[in-house]
Design a protein around this ligand. Structure first.
Ligand code: ZN
Length: 277
């Protein structure tokens, strides 16, 4: 039987982990060689039969998406369409690493149809900064896109069918643990609780009552906001307005060890997707 990480001793270890105190004013932790990571991503995707589509080739890097049909369909109602993206902020390395791990492990529930965008801001990683090469925070450019990356991404998204649930993988260099933003205006069954519960076995949760200026409970933020009233849209707002009615932005705490943050994002995605199994 598989040994789980939720044994009391393992849990105590996780709770003992302290913030590294490295991030003074910005993310100053580990960086990644994005070329290596994307090469591994493409190798794993090809090996496991994903369809890869480049949707922008403007500079040194391609922007690309991966798509996998369900491996089995039990009935039309059980078919679930999931979209996962990451790498929109170049100082958040855990996202692309989590995507690589998920692809290499290939442990997706069979009846899910999946779309992945493994890295939306490659030059940000080369420069180890949040923004793209032109200094644009791409995750504020989705209302009236101007950057080449977001224009290409939105054009690709518009060609896709609606998604049942979307996930955007991020990191927060200021947070005290993992947390999640949930956009669920129709009050569908929430995936947030299961997600946080699974992550708590591998990473501290930020239990602050206020995170990023918003009310939070048990590591979950349910922002009450109307994207129409906001001048700058993150990717999740565009998705909510155009492609989905249920969206999760997963935030790993980047003042903790990188391996722990990758484990947190992988555990979050796996827990959320397993709830459809
Ligand atoms: Zn981010």
């Amino acid at each position: 039987m598989k040994k789980t990480l939720c044994e009391p001793a393992a849990l105590r270890e996780i709770l003992r982990v302290q913030k590294l105190g490295k991030n003074l004013g910005s993310y100053l932790g580990e960086t990644i060689d994005l070329r290596d990571v994307l090469r591994d991503v493409k190798t794993a995707a090809q090996f496991h039969g994903w369809f890869s589509e480049a949707f922008s080739d403007t500079g040194e890097f391609q922007l690309f998406a991966l798509h996998r049909q369900p491996l089995s369909i039990r009935d039309a109602q059980s078919q679930v369409r999931i979209y996962i993206s990451t790498g929109i902020h170049g100082d958040e390395p855990a996202g692309p690493l989590a995507m690589r791990r998920l692809l290499e492990e290939n442990d997706w529930p069979e009846h899910l149809e999946l779309w992945l965008c493994p890295c939306l801001n490659p030059m940000g990683f080369v420069l180890n900064r949040r923004e793209n090469a032109n200094g644009v925070d791409l995750n504020r450019d989705y209302r009236n896109p101007k950057s080449a990356e977001v224009c290409a991404h939105v054009a690709w998204l518009e060609r896709q069918p609606p998604f049942d649930v979307t996930f955007c993988l991020h990191e927060d260099w200021e947070s005290h643990g993992f947390y999640v933003y949930e956009l669920n205006p129709d009050h569908r069954p929430s995936l947030a609780g299961k997600t946080v519960e699974a992550v708590a076995r591998v990473c501290p949760i930020d239990l602050s009552p206020v995170i990023e200026g918003r009310e939070a409970k048990g590591g979950v933020i349910n922002p009450t906001l109307d994207p129409a009233g906001r001048p700058q849209w993150p990717e999740a707002f565009w998705l909510l307005q155009n492609k989905t009615r249920q969206s999760y932005t997963l935030e790993a705490p980047s003042d903790f060890p990188l391996a722990m943050r990758v484990n947190a994002l992988v555990a979050a995605v796996n827990a959320a997707l397993k709830s459809f199994a």
